[in-house]
Ligand binder design. Structure first.
Ligand SMILES: Cc1cc2nc3c(=O)[nH]c(=O)nc-3n(C[C@H](O)[C@H](O)[C@H](O)COP(=O)(O)OP(=O)(O)OC[C@H]3O[C@@H](n4cnc5c(N)ncnc54)[C@H](O)[C@@H]3O)c2cc1C
Length: 564
């Protein structure tokens, strides 16, 4: 079996993984970045609108400060933000974005030549630095370039299946080489998980096909809890039926949301902030309009109207949005409204980490020596119950950088590490049995059933009854996966159906946790809205949820106080 050694391994080549690698390179000289897709196709590349920092240099935001940024973040997160983590995020934001600028990110500028900043929902002042509407693209390409300069080793198209562990220490990883079909052992002195989010468990999502939350399932398999998974963010403006995001910057630049009567309906729900209220509030407003029959033509979508903005502004500040609307909906936003609907976008929850990005959960006595997590897969708890736009790229680079530094300092050499070959061959057998299964249920069929259940029963509005129904259906899907799944493609090389089957196994695993956590939380807060418990309840629920699978396979619930 092929064995590859590195001092430090980073799983994920998005903003978090790439930023971690740059920082780690200052401390160790032998690190590898593994990605199941080509690194430059990681989802971070699709981020559009911007990255937050209280730079305060555009004239209308001079009074900005990290404290205001922190206050907005806590308020937007419905008070479920851990203050220590929020402070790290906001206090270091300016330094971290300036570093990006120095690495080559071409941020858009004002006519005075200073870095421009645009408004975003829930931020009390214009705070989002941006590179037109391709901010993620600019950031990922610059971080990648910096890594190439530093000689980082990249392993593209390797699918990480699991950690190799001994007690609470990580010895390395077991991965499947998508290009050859081989199982490969990676040994390492420390591992950083930067595997991104799980939005693909929903029908309509802005996230790329790789956003299947593999890191969450890896955590669950190793007895690690996942935190606050009931908080899934739906983005207000997905292009109708397409799973393509129309950035919030379109509203930041002055766009209106309108219903079938042409009303700016947000005045009913958020008269002060209107379209720039935090996302959870805008989405619920939209969903109510749709449910009450005021969607466009009575259907399940609304209009995003930019026609009152100048052609010049749209072309300069929202060029990609215009292109996407033209290419995918045959609509020119300069002249016509864009049809939009809410779609799954981001997961506030994830693998619990401390502010050094180390995986830990004191409550259930889980503290890993050399396992770290950063970016969307992690829950250091800076977004609480609802993330503000532009805070996620910031989180990815802030905690990616910290993970890189602390993991590198912790990483010992992997020389002489003994890996239990039996554990590794278990994965080889699992893949063989997936390929040999003669079941009747196709991977795509099972996956679509899961996505439908999650969307219908665990979406913007949830109820106890729906969530119980979702759980029962997920149990059924898990049984079908184990007993009836068929992978029709038996090829060794580039077997995308097999890869999809592995991802589906992961999705079925943590979907159960999302639904259980949503069922347990009998209140409404941030992105989690229970129609049967519509009020926020601080006396019982001002706490983080931590769910893990015990050794018998049962899901166990624990809770933790918010650091206020
Ligand atoms: C369309 C869109 C627009 C957005 N716009 C903004 C914005 O303007 N501002 C903002 O702040 N946030 C935005 N976000 C959110 C933000 O972009 C993401 O949360 C963030 O980029 C996540 O970065 P990441 O590094 O954690 O993960 P990702 O960029 O998703 O990268 C995950 C990496 O992990 C790898 N990986 C996953 N599983 C495995 C496995 N099993 N084996 C090996 N490798 C694996 C993948 O190959 C990939 O390299 C947007 C999100 C979307 C979807």
């Amino acid at each position: 079996m092929r064995t590859i050694d590195h001092r430090l391994l980073i799983v994920g080549g998005g903003a978090a993984g790439l930023r971690a690698a740059i920082e780690a390179d200052k401390h160790v000289d032998n690190l590898g970045v593994i990605s199941k897709v080509r690194t430059l196709r990681s989802h971070s590349v699709s981020a559009q609108g911007g990255i937050a920092a209280s730079l305060g240099n555009t004239g209308d935001n001079e009074s900005d400060s990290w404290k205001k940024h922190l206050e907005d973040t806590i308020k937007g997160g419905a008070d479920l933000v851990d203050r220590d983590a929020g402070e790290v995020l906001t206090q270091n934001a300016v330094e971290n974005v300036i570093e990006l600028e120095h690495m080559g990110v071409p941020f858009s500028r004002t006519s005075m030549g200073t870095l421009d900043q645009r408004p975003f929902g829930g931020h009390s002042l214009p705070r989002a630095l941006y590179a037109a509407d391709r901010t993620g693209h600019a950031i990922v390409y610059s971080l990648y370039g910096e890594n190439v300069k530093r000689g980082t080793t990249f392993y593209d198209e390797f699918f990480v299946l699991d950690l190799l562990t001994e007690g609470r220490s990580v010895l390395g990883l077991v991965a499947y080489d998508i290009k050859t079909g081989e199982i490969v052992i990676f040994r390492a002195g420390a591992v950083i998980l930067a595997t991104g989010g799980p939005s693909q468990v929903y029908d309509l999502t802005s996230s790329g096909t790789a956003s299947t939350g593999d890191g969450l399932a890896i955590a669950l398999r190793n007895g690690i809890p996942i935190e606050d998974m009931e908080f899934i963010q739906f983005h207000p403006t997905g292009l109708k039926d397409k799973g393509i995001l129309i950035t919030e910057a379109a509203r930041g630049e002055g766009g209106y949301l309108k219903n079938d009567r042409g009303e700016r309906f947000m005045k009913r729900y958020e008269p002060e902030n209107m379209e720039l209220a935090p996302r959870d509030k805008v989405v619920r407003g939209m969903q109510r309009e749709i449910n009450e029959g005021r969607g466009i033509n009575g259907e399940n979508y609304l209009h995003l109207d930019l026609t009152h903005l100048s052609r010049e502004k749209i072309k300069r500040k929202l060029p990609t949005i215009r292109e996407l609307a033209l290419d995918f909906a045959n609509i020119d936003p300069v002249e016509q409204s864009i049809p939009v609907q809410p779609m799954a976008h981001y997961c506030m929850g994830g693998v619990p980490t401390d502010i050094e990005a180390r995986v830990q959960s004191k409550e259930i006595g889980v503290a890993w020596e050399n396992l770290y997590a950063a970016g969307e897969v992690a829950c250091v708890s800076v977004h609480g119950a609802n993330r503000l736009g532009t805070n996620s790229l910031l989180e990815a680079v802030t905690f990616g950088k910290r993970a890189g530094r602390f993991a590198a300092q912790q990483a010992s050499s992997s020389d002489g590490v003994e890996v239990d070959e039996a554990v590794v061959s278990k994965y080889g057998s699992r893949i063989e049995s997936l390929l040999e299964n003669e079941g009747s249920v196709k991977v795509s069929e099972l996956r679509d059933r899961l996505k439908r259940i999650m969307t219908e029963k665990c979406g913007v509005f949830r109820s106890g009854e729906d969530l119980k129904e979702a759980l029962n259906q997920i149990y059924q899907l898990q049984e079908d996966y184990d007993g009836k799944l068929v992978v029709e493609d038996s090829s060794q090389k580039f077997n995308t159906e097999l890869k999809m089957a592995l991802e589906l196994g992961n999705m079925l695993d943590y979907s159960e946790v999302i639904v259980e956590a949503a069922l347990a939380r009998e209140e409404s807060r941030g992105a989690h809205f229970r129609t049967d418990y519509p009020e926020r309840n601080d006396s019982d629920w001002l706490q983080h949820s931590l769910l893990h699978r015990d050794s018998t396979g049962e899901i166990r619930h624990q809770y933790r106080e918010v650091d206020t």
